[in-house]
Design a protein. Structure first.
Length: 353
């Protein structure tokens, strides 16, 4: 099979907490999963927007951070070996003659499966873009909003725009590879981790990189190749800075994006589902978590976990149409405990249905 083409049991769009827990519920029923997410790491909004923010309504955890919750979920699904396609947007979905669905990402990864699970939160995370004329002429060639391969930036004259963790992290990671590297932020203060800010300022003091206060106002170049930018600090004269690459980290916003073109019935940019299976208007496509809507819906991670469990029961029937679904408890089923790689004293089958 082509290295960019895959077949699996279930494709999950979104690798946030609900998508990750869906891997667990599906895995218990012997279903393999591939996850597609536009971010560069699992965890969704929890890990990207508030990794250190405390969450108080996760069962058994009086307090847990977004990153710790992600780490725990990743540990929980390790036995099921999910495949992640990160920094990819689910761009196209089509029904095949064999009844399966085929998903294509914006990076031309093609995945086939009988079941699609949309766990995309409020939609796909997309980068916030600066309001600069002709920006699209340079996108993907010399203006980027993410780093997929560090080596692509070796020997470049890089300008990184932004003041958060992503901007500082990539400044520190790319500085050894770059021919030159500069950081520009509208304020002298940064929102990143203090240790990262300290390391960045040490590099500036050593003359290994530069930092500027201001905004990018214009791009200069031709045929998509950047040659310089115009920077301006509020209340001061603008000036030119030579560079051939801009990495813009202005944060993320959520949009439904290509999901809106998947042929699903939508209600105010949410996907209506039933409350028995959490299936959409299309057979074999489910929506769980904040992306769905139904009477009484609560936008809680807890609700998404519940939806994942019920979704998996129906997904099994599509993946294994000739098998009988036997409900089991992890506390008493030796088969499930074997899948999870745990050893527990057998307690009989009193709780199995």
């Amino acid at each position: 099979m082509n290295q960019n083409k895959y077949k699996t049991d279930v494709i999950i769009i979104g690798a946030g907490p609900v998508g990750l827990f869906a891997v667990f519920e599906l895995g218990l029923l012997d279903m393999k999963t591939h996850l597609v997410d536009i971010l560069d790491k699992p965890g969704g909004q929890c890990a990207e927007l508030y990794p250190e923010k405390p969450i108080y309504d996760i069962p058994a955890y009086p307090i847990i951070s977004g990153q710790e919750l992600t780490d725990r979920l990743m540990e929980q699904i390790t036995p099921f070996e999910p495949t992640f396609h990160l920094q990819q947007m689910a761009e196209k979905l089509e029904k095949l003659e064999n009844g399966n669905w085929q998903l294509t990402t914006d990076d031309k990864i093609v995945i086939e499966a009988p079941v699609i699970v949309i766990a995309a939160g409020g939609g796909s995370f997309v980068p916030k873009k600066p309001r600069i004329a002709n920006l699209e002429d340079y996108e993907g060639t010399s203006v980027f909003y993410a780093v997929k391969k560090r080596e692509d930036f070796r020997g470049k004259n890089i300008l990184i725009a932004g003041g958060g963790d992503s901007a500082l992290d990539w400044a520190l990671n790319l500085q050894p590879l770059a021919n030159s590297l500069a950081l520009v932020h509208r304020r002298h203060e940064y929102r990143a981790a203090p240790d990262s800010v300290h390391k960045m300022r040490a590099l500036v003091a050593e003359g290994k990189m530069k930092d500027y206060v201001g905004d990018i106002k214009e791009l200069h170049g031709s045929n998509g190749q950047l040659e310089a930018v115009t920077l301006q600090k509020r209340g001061e004269e603008s000036y030119m800075l030579a560079c051939d690459t801009v990495l813009a980290f202005y944060g993320l916003t959520m949009k439904l994006g290509p999901l809106a073109n998947f042929g699903l019935n939508l209600h105010e940019n949410l996907i209506p589902v039933d409350t028995e299976k959490f299936e959409t208007s299309e057979q074999g496509i489910f929506a769980i978590g904040d992306i769905n809507t139904y009477p009484g819906k609560l936008k809680l991670i807890l609700s998404g976990f519940h939806e994942s469990a019920l979704m998996a029961q129906q997904a099994f029937r599509y993946v294994y149409p000739d098998k009988k679904l036997r409900f089991q408890y992890t506390t008493s089923s030796t088969a499930l405990q074997t899948k999870l790689g745990v050893k527990e004293e057998s307690k009989g089958n009193l709780n199995e249905n």
